[in-house]
Every structure is written in structure tokens, then in C-alpha cells.
Design a protein around this ligand. Structure first.
Ligand code: RFL
Length: 384
């Protein structure tokens, strides 16, 4: 280890940092993960659930998929409900031929922590990083200076490592907010339901046989505590047109939080010996379920580049890390923007609102009747 505290210091024990750490440990690289929360907190943080086929392949190929292959559920269906009708896209049977595996993120994180420790990795929980230097390859954690050969900034959307990379940052606020709800209730439909209603968007995403995620579009600045269980179910029933298509399976609301839909992309995601991955590198709205999948893809690319640099002193892939990741990040962003435009449209009856809703209905109609449109959707939805 020499004068360094580790070969690679990883900031953040989320999906990005933990996959990276596991791949580096498998290649015999010494790495330490610094995580500000406790182990219990990170193992209980419910967020994503939809893993793309490529993410599953990556986890399987690296011995990280036992839990998700055992308990994950494959989903290949998406339902769109709107004023005119309801239709279903079975994307698993379309051109891309791929499905999602639904496995809650906190289960994946729990598995990845256990495996990283079994591979001899070290995680310092409850350790807050306050600054990072990519040029010096140092971090300050709990007022102690730590050194490494390389630093991986996997500390998410509110981490410190992003601020240490002088990059051009492209931000987009979609000016849309969702109330993200976790309900202790079985899914009400196979996999994903998107409902467009004059009261606003409502979404349904399967999680496990006993927990389902729902979303409700709400005004910006809404207080989640103003949403009682009854009010949530009433609103979901209206927007998902339960009268017409059957009631939702109800249960206690376990979590309600506001998610402001926004994106940011940094161009570049590296500086000296500091490399960003996951939400630290780019933020994407949860509409298309891409965030955790991008995090895994970047962790894989970064692991390969760090292994080549450490073992073979070949930094070609590290030098190209941003160039390798950014086109994939932009493709995910493009689809996420497309989907946001499909799912939301202004209320009211002025010309602009009616025009926007007519365009939205035309897009839905193309998706409903055109196999080519459905193939595009399937490939973009499940691919990364
Ligand atoms: P994470 O998971 O946020 O982990 C970052 C970690 O860094 C720690 N940290 C620090 N540690 C030390 N010092 C500091 N200064 C630190 N600052 C931060 C944090 O405590 C944390 O443990 O980032 P990562 O690894 O990049 O993973 C990204 C994913 O978590 C995220 O993209 C997804 O959850 C987004 N997302 C979804 N993605 C999907 O692919 N499919 C989905 O279905 C999906 N659903 C969602 C989502 C995100 C949601 N929210 C909460 C915005 C649903 C929701 C509601």
C-alpha cells in the first residue's frame, strides 16, 4: 500500500460504489469505501427496483447476482391508460427481446455489501467526506487526510466529489414533481402502469409481492405530509381509472416523499485521478428507471479502466472514461425526456394546453398502433 491508505478510495456505498468495489476486489485491488450513513441506513433505503438485462448480465458475470436470481421477478409488460383507452406493450416479446428484473435496490445494496466484505474489502460507515482533490488524489474524511492512487466519486447527487471536477454542467428542471409512494400492498397490475389523467399523471411500479411503488404528479413545493393514506388511495383510484379498470390493491403507506424531476449531465466526469460514477456523474429523472442501471454500467467501465491502469500501467481506458460514458448517458437522458413528455401535459382548456394534450394523444396513438414505435420503445426502455 506504500504511503497510500488504499489503492482506490471509493466515496459512497450505493450501487455504483459497491459494484465498483466488488469488481476491483475480484482483481486483487485494495480498496476502501467511505460512507457517511450507517450500514443499517444504506441497507434499508428503498429507491429503484427495475434492473435492465445488461445490469443483470454484469452482476451475474461477476458473481453478484445470487440474491436477484433467487428473489428477483422478471417483468416485461407496461400498461398505458388515458382518456381514450388502455393498451399494453409486452416489450419482452418485441425486437429487443429483453425484460426487466425487479429486485429492490436496498436488497441489491445489502447483497453487494456482504460480498464486498467477503472479498476482503473495507467499508468505513458513518464517515463523512468533506473534500476531494483529483489532482492530489486525496480526500478529507472526518477531518483526516487520506491518500490513494485513484479516487472514485460514487457519492450520489448530493455528494462532494462532483464539486471537485471543473466541468460544464447541463441542468434541466422539468418543472414537474412527483409524490413517490411505497405501499405495503401487492402490485395491482403486471409490472408498470402509466396513467394520464386531467388531474395529473399517476404511475404504478411493481416491487415485491407485498410492496408496490406508486407515483402521483403534484404541484411543486407540495408537503408530502399533507397526503394522508386515504387521500393517496382516492387520488390513485381516480387517476388510474379504477371505476373502469378495477380497484387497486390497497395497504398502509410506508413512505411518501417528493421527487422533483430534473436532470444534470456533467461534461467531463473526471479530473486528474478522480473519476465520477452513478448519480454523482449524471442525474436522470426516475420516469424511465435508468438511474441505477447507468450507475452499474459506469461502475463496470471504470473498474475495467482502473484494473488496466493499476495492473498494467495502461491508462488509455482511464483517459477515455468520460468519452466512453457520456454518449450512453445522453441516450438514457434522451429517452427519459421523451417519456416525461409522453406522461405529462398541461391541464386546462386554453389553446396551448389543448394543443399539447392533442400531441400527447397522437404520440400515444402511434405507440398503440405501430409495431415500429413499440420496438423503439422496447429497445430504449429496457436497454442501457
Ligand atoms: P446513491 O445510491 O445515492 O449512493 C451514494 C452514496 O454516497 C453516500 N454519500 C457520502 N458518503 C460519504 N461522504 C459524503 N460526503 C457523501 N455524500 C453521499 C450516500 O450516503 C450514499 O450511500 O448513488 P449511486 O450509487 O450513484 O446510485 C444511484 C441510484 O441510487 C439512483 O440512480 C436510483 O435509485 C434512481 N432511481 C431508479 N433507478 C433505476 O434504475 N430504476 C428505478 O426503478 C429507479 N427508481 C430511483 C427510483 C430514485 C428515486 N429517488 C429516491 C430519487 C425511484 C426513486 C423514488
Amino acid at each position: 500500500m506504500g504511503k497510500n491508505d488504499a489503492d482506490v478510495l471509493i466515496l459512497g456505498a450505493g450501487p455504483a460504489g459497491l459494484v465498483l468495489g466488488n469488481l476491483l476486489r475480484a482483481a486483487g485491488i485494495d480498496c476502501v469505501i467511505l460512507e457517511r450513513k450507517s450500514r443499517e441506513q444504506v441497507e434499508n433505503r428503498a429507491r429503484a427496483g427495475f434492473l435492465a438485462a445488461n445490469s443483470v448480465r454484469l452482476l451475474e458475470a461477476n458473481g453478484l447476482a445470487d440474491g436477484l436470481l433467487r428473489d428477483g421477478v422478471q417483468h416485461d409488460t407496461c400498461v398505458f391508460r388515458y382518456e381514450r383507452t388502455e393498451f399494453e406493450i409486452k416489450y419482452g416479446g418485441l425486437a429487443a427481446g429483453e425484460v426487466h428484473t425487479v429486485y429492490p435496490q436496498q436488497f441489491l445494496v445489502t447483497d453487494l455489501i456482504a460480498e464486498f466484505l467477503a472479498r476482503g474489502g473495507e467499508i468505513k460507515f458513518g464517515t463523512e467526506v468533506s473534500s476531494v482533490s483529483g489532482t492530489e488524489a486525496t480526500v478529507i474524511a472526518d477531518e483526516v487526510l487520506l491518500r490513494a492512487e485513484y479516487i472514485a466519486g460514487c457519492d450520489g447527487r448530493r455528494g462532494v466529489s462532483r464539486r471537485s471536477v471543473p466541468a460544464r454542467v447541463f441542468r434541466r428542471d422539468h418543472a414537474i414533481s412527483w409524490l413517490a409512494i411505497l405501499a405495503e400492498a401487492p402490485p395491482s397490475m403486471p409490472a408498470v402502469g402509466y396513467a394520464m389523467h386531467e388531474r395529473g399523471f399517476a404511475g404504478h411500479m411493481a416491487r415485491t409481492s407485498t410492496v408496490t411503488r406508486y407515483y402521483l404528479e403534484v404541484p411543486r413545493g407540495e408537503d408530502p405530509e399533507g397526503w394522508t393514506d386515504d387521500r393517496i388511495w382516492d387520488e390513485l383510484h381516480q387517476r388510474m381509472r379504477a371505476d373502469q379498470y378495477g380497484p387497486l390493491k390497497q395497504g398502509a403507506i410506508l413512505e411518501r416523499r417528493i421527487v422533483d424531476l430534473g436532470s444534470h449531465v456533467m461534461d467531463t466526469i473526471q479530473r486528474g485521478n478522480l473519476f465520477l460514477a452513478g448519480d454523482a456523474a449524471s442525474l436522470i429523472s426516475p420516469s424511465a428507471a435508468k438511474g441505477a442501471n447507468l450507475a452499474l454500467m459506469e461502475a463496470e467501465i471504470l473498474a475495467g479502466a482502473l484494473i488496466a491502469a493499476h495492473h498494467e500501467r495502461d491508462t488509455t481506458a482511464l483517459d477515455r472514461y468520460s468519452a466512453e460514458c457520456l454518449p450512453r448517458i445522453w441516450r438514457a437522458q434522451e429517452f427519459s425526456h421523451w417519456l416525461i413528455a409522453l406522461l405529462h401535459s398541461p391541464a386546462g382548456y386554453d389553446d396551448e394546453a389543448v394543443f399539447q394534450r392533442a400531441l400527447r394523444d397522437a404520440r400515444l396513438e402511434s405507440l398503440r398502433i405501430s409495431r415500429a414505435n413499440q420496438d423503439f420503445f422496447a429497445e430504449s426502455y429496457v436497454g442501457i
